[in-house]
Design a protein around this ligand. Structure first.
Ligand code: ADP
Ligand code: MG
Length: 482
């Protein structure tokens, strides 16, 4: 039976705030660090004391340009800062320095996967620079709200998408791509749980095929990408229920509760602030020359989509492999190190995604803590490629041995442990003969035509040679001795 929800479609636009990984704050030299003792990184500017003057942090501007270039946005050449005025206990100045009329980046697009797994571009409206407010802490004192101003003045980039996301899955994928991108660019650690990346979701519904969008609600307070998806799924049904019951959606801000998975009203449009934006008089307008933008472009790191394309086209790796390799920049760079020294891309990919990743998972460490250099993996890959060692022996024995002795070479360890493939036929014949004699009944049955026993003797021989024999050669020798 068709459900009433099937009559509607959803429209989503996301506003993402990313806290930047600068050493100091956006407009003064106070330290920008997460988790410091409350109210320790707060000089006169962070406190908004009268008479203090802000000074723009150049790194913030460079980060914004990097992001804009990665999103293929237009970088604004002439811009200024604006004041957004409102009163709140965690905002000592009484205004936030932001960009209203002249965001540093306009336009641009981000490639995501839609719910069917196909490519889809989401257009970016704008990216602008602003500063964070302090933090009101409601759960540490039974009576009072406490204020920590360490976060006041931390630089943010706000990324606003066009209302083009058509499902909660697309929103999920969009946020995953944004997070991957800011991590590749090294501008934000993308940690939604700690709030260094935050997302407000604007959500509306309309009858399928309608031309005019419905009225939207803005939902806040989701601390994971999964929770953004849950909030959207809830909001979709809630809004339709309202409409189907004869009501109307009004523009409002709602808060998501992760425990119940529902949203509740924070403030309606009537209570909306008039921020009285005006140009910030204490900061000079900025001019970004083409040369300056180009100088930032020169130091851009490799980006996930470009690497993905290289891996799938130049290296002929599968989409699955390429996606896995580019999921994190550090993994991709490790892979890049390996393939500087070998053209066996598939083997390199298998090692990184197989043995290396399992080791990282088992030990709960990141690739930068991995004990082996990329060169060690190159050594292993070459031994296998030259048919000097079986891939299974390399995985099961040589790889662990190297982990235990990261300063030895793969060749040394393989030789010392007798893991190199024995192509010495005489020696192999000796082993096979011994085994045949040790199992006279089976040998008799094999001679009488029970061919499946070849597998048995092959297994015994491989075991005796500690996996160092070439199974093809062993089979030949057995057949010869029957
Ligand atoms: P505001 O300051 O009112 O929040 P912004 O420009 O910062 O406005 O953000 C508006 C966001 O809402 C954008 O991401 C935009 O795509 C989205 N949006 C606008 N209209 C709708 C709509 N009808 N349904 C869903 N999202 C919408
Ligand atoms: Mg908004």
């Amino acid at each position: 039976m068709e459900s009433v929800y099937d009559k509607y479609e959803i429209v989503i636009g996301l506003e993402v705030h990313t806290q930047l990984l600068t050493k100091s704050k956006a407009y003064c030299s106070d330290t920008n660090e997460f988790g410091a003792i409350p109210n320790t990184n707060i000089g006169p500017v962070s406190l908004g004391l009268p008479g203090t003057l802000p000074k723009a942090n150049k790194t913030t501007i460079d980060f914004a340009i990097k992001l804009g270039l990665a999103l293929e946005s237009t970088i604004t050449e002439q811009m200024h800062y604006d004041r957004k005025n409102y009163f709140y206990p965690d905002l000592p100045k009484g205004y936030q320095i932001t960009q209203d009329r002249t965001p540093i980046c306009t336009g641009g697009k981000l490639l995501i996967k839609n719910a069917e797994g196909e490519d889809k571009y989401i257009n970016i409206t704008r990216v602008h620079m602003e500063e964070d407010a302090g933090k009101s802490i409601h759960d540490q004192d039974p009576y009072d709200t406490l204020v920590d101003l360490n976060r006041a003045g931390v630089p943010l980039l706000e990324i606003v998408s066009e209302p083009e996301l058509k499902s909660s899955t697309e929103a999920y994928n969009y946020l995953t791509e944004v997070r991957k991108l800011v991590r590749y660019l090294d501008i934000c650690d993308g940690n939604l749980e700690e709030g260094s990346m935050r997302c407000d979701a604007n959500i509306s519904v309309m009858l399928k095929g309608a031309i005019t969008f419905g009225e939207r609600c803005e939902v806040k307070n989701m601390n994971s990408i999964r929770n953004v998806q849950r909030a959207i799924d809830h909001e979709f049904k809630r809004q339709i229920d309202v409409i189907e019951n004869g009501g109307a959606i009004s523009m409002e801000t709602r808060s998501f509760d992760a425990v119940s998975g529902t949203t509740s009203l924070m403030r309606s449009k009537e209570e909306a602030h008039d921020y009285r934006y005006f140009p910030e008089p204490d900061l000079q307008p900025l001019t970004l020359t083409t040369e300056y933008i180009e100088s930032v472009n020169k130091i851009m790191p490799p980006l996930p989509n470009a690497l993905f394309k290289k891996y799938t086209t130049e290296f002929s790796l599968s989409d699955y492999d390429a996606l896995n390799l580019t999921e994190s920049k550090d993994i991709a760079l490790f892979f890049e190190e390996i393939i500087k020294e070998t053209n066996n891309y598939k083997a390199a990919a298998n090692w990184v995604m197989g043995s290396v990743k399992s080791y990282l998972n088992q030990n709960a460490i990141e690739i930068n803590e991995f004990p082996l250099s990329a060169i060690k993996l190159v050594e292993i890959i070459k031994l296998v490629d030259e048919k000097l060692i079986l891939n299974s022996t390399a995985e099961q024995r040589l790889f662990p041995a190297l982990l235990a002795n990261p300063n030895r070479t793969a060749q040394q360890l393989a030789e010392e442990n007798d893991w190199l493939i024995k192509n010495d036929l005489d020696e192999l014949e000796e082993i096979v003969k011994r085994i045949l004699n040790n199992h006279p009944t089976e040998f008799e049955r094999l001679k009488n035509g029970e061919k499946k026993l070849i597998g048995f003797f092959l297994g015994q021989t491989m075991k005796a040679s500690k996996g160092a024999a070439n199974p093809k050669t062993v089979t030949q020798v057995i057949n010869k001795l029957i």
